[in-house]
Design a protein around this ligand. Sequence first.
Ligand code: NAP
Length: 294
Amino acid sequence: MIQQLGIIGCGLMGGSFALALKRAGLVKRVVGYSKSPSTTERALRLGVIDVSADSALQAVAGSDVVLLAVPVAATETTLKAIRHLVEPGLLVMDVGSTKRDVVDAARRALRERVASFVPAHPIAGKEASGIQHADAGLYAGRQVILTPLPQTPVELVQKATDLWSSIGAQVLKMTAENHDHAFAAVSHLPHLLAFAYFSGVVGQPAGRDLLSLAGPGFRDFTRIAASDPTMWRDILLANREEVLKQSQRFRQALDALEQVMLAGNGPALQELLRVASEGRRGWQMGAPRVPPVR
Ligand code: NAP
């Protein structure tokens, strides 16, 4: 049982974590802090948190677990602000979508206290952000990737694993480098492409008229283009090296398709489509094949 959970960033992800632990009866008290006092007040009104804090530090005081659920670009400043209350035994986690920059920021901000930090990325979310969308079931049945640091005590990593598991998540461990490489391919690039594709359609003359004719395929393909632009700016910049590599691969695949179309080469086009189609039909979400790091 957690005596006190400190949430820094009372939005979709932080709020959902608090609600999930409350629903499971695993937390006595949740103290929350957000940049805008109105957000913290709203979290209090919605019953997501029990106490509103005036600062990040206040949300950490007396907590045994702290979850940072702020934009990844705010990680370093936030950790610096709470550093002197980060004592051995306290578990501090984040939920950021990128991990190398978060780990680097944590090393700089927490220095020798970084052993208390267990970086986490839940593979769950919604296009709509904000506390009003927080959902106790958001993490149930979803994967959570932990990228523990070498100096983090095994017991603390286990505590993080147990917490996420207790709200129905499946925990995987890998290095921050492997994480950023993998998620550039399966999350960051698809978002970039969805934004680009949607802009390309709507930006052409009569683009809005085209949209009025779009069906379920278009809706499925562009769903993630409605995601939060500020959050995605941070993610795409933080992991740009890996995303740009994946973007090159995508360009090659698109070029190959365009070339056979230009040549009117039906069998070659069909073969390229067959490989993708069979691969997609054989794919099952949530069947991880990444070797654990420890
Ligand atoms: P969100 O709903 O917008 O919540 C972010 C919260 O952080 C807001 O309450 C915001 O407060 C607060 N905040 C921003 N800067 C802050 C600061 N410097 N100090 C304290 N609070 C601050 O966003 P979210 O979707 O929960 O995303 C949070 C994190 O989750 C991001 O790092 C993102 O990469 C990660 N993530 C998101 C998803 C997803 O699908 N949404 C999935 C996986 C991971 P105000 O309301 O006052 O601005």
